[in-house]
Design a protein around this ligand. Structure first.
Ligand SMILES: [Mn+2]
Length: 284
């Protein structure tokens, strides 16, 4: 398995606003609508992404190209991880003889079929536009730490819940743990696994109706990975994955009510939009 294993720290935004968007999964058009809806100012506002930019929706490469925008900051999701793992042999040799998941990464099975559109069989290579994005994925951190003190927030993909939370009595890793990882630029493997894949908070712990919104010692931590019809706040995690791709053609047999959510960090206000629907406003 490949990973970058990094944390990136950014200062507070002193001139504009900060927004976080849920799992894009190729839904570039929905993001464009959301940015218009909030009058996003590319000269001073910032957009953070909880990862999983690719797969399932219609425009994965356009979502990856956001990585080149100076106002866009994203962490890696498990879909980016699977994509990197899938392309390890190609990155090592510079040749892709045929589309086959040699390392059994699950990438093609879980939505990566779109990459075939960027394969040049004569050259046995991916297109240059694709290669450029593939290399950029390596630079994506796993944790974004933004601001200081009461303005501090984090952006991750899945969760910071500890695998042994029942025994240890401490439900999740805290700001102090993150500060330590930042200092040494090293995220422990057990943490990395939870950041990419964890669903405990949304599927087990969150079923308890008394689940507190805030965990003492953990700053607001935006995440996605497990979708629901509205954002949820649990133990300082703010899950804003509301299943944008579910409203795209091909997923139409599923329930209505899903969409892509854009969250205004300081106003604690969110907007969501779905394919073939108007903008929906709501407060958490
Ligand atoms: Mn995910």
């Amino acid at each position: 398995m490949l990973s970058t294993c990094s944390i990136r720290k950014l200062p507070s935004n002193s001139s504009g606003k900060d927004y976080v968007v849920g799992d894009l999964h190729g839904c570039f058009e929905l993001l464009e609508k959301l940015l218009v809806a909030v009058s996003f100012d590319k000269t001073k506002d910032r957009l953070f992404s909880v990862g999983d930019l690719i797969d399932r929706g219609p425009d994965s490469l356009r979502c990856l190209e956001l990585l080149f925008e100076p106002w866009f900051y994203a962490v890696q999701g498990n879909h980016e991880l699977m994509m990197l793992d899938f392309f390890v042999p190609y990155l090592n040799t510079g040749k892709l003889e045929r589309f086959e998941d040699l390392e059994d990464t699950g990438f093609l099975e879980y939505g990566g079929q779109w990459v075939k559109n960027y394969f040049d069989p004569e050259q046995q290579m991916m297109t240059s536009a694709f290669n450029r994005c593939l290399l950029e994925i390596f630079k994506m951190p796993l944790i974004l730490l933004v601001g200081e003190g009461e303005h501090r927030f984090h952006v991750i993909h899945a969760e910071l819940v500890k695998p042994d939370y029942r025994q240890s009595g401490q439900i999740a890793w805290l700001d102090s743990d993150i500060d330590g990882w930042l200092e040494y630029q090293e995220i422990p493997l057990e943490v990395e696994d939870r950041l990419y894949w964890g669903r405990t908070l949304m599927t087990v712990i969150g079923n308890d109706h008394d689940c507190p919104k805030i965990l003492e010692g953990l700053s607001p931590t935006f995440c996605g990975h497990t979708f629901d019809k509205a954002p949820r706040k649990l133990y300082s995690h703010i899950n804003i994955d509301t299943g944008g791709f579910m409203s795209f053609n091909g997923y139409a047999e599923f329930d209505k009510g899903y969409g892509l959510t854009l969250y205004d960090v300081h106003e604690s206000h969110w907007v969501s939009v779905a394919y073939e629907q108007g903008i929906a406003n709501a407060n958490v």
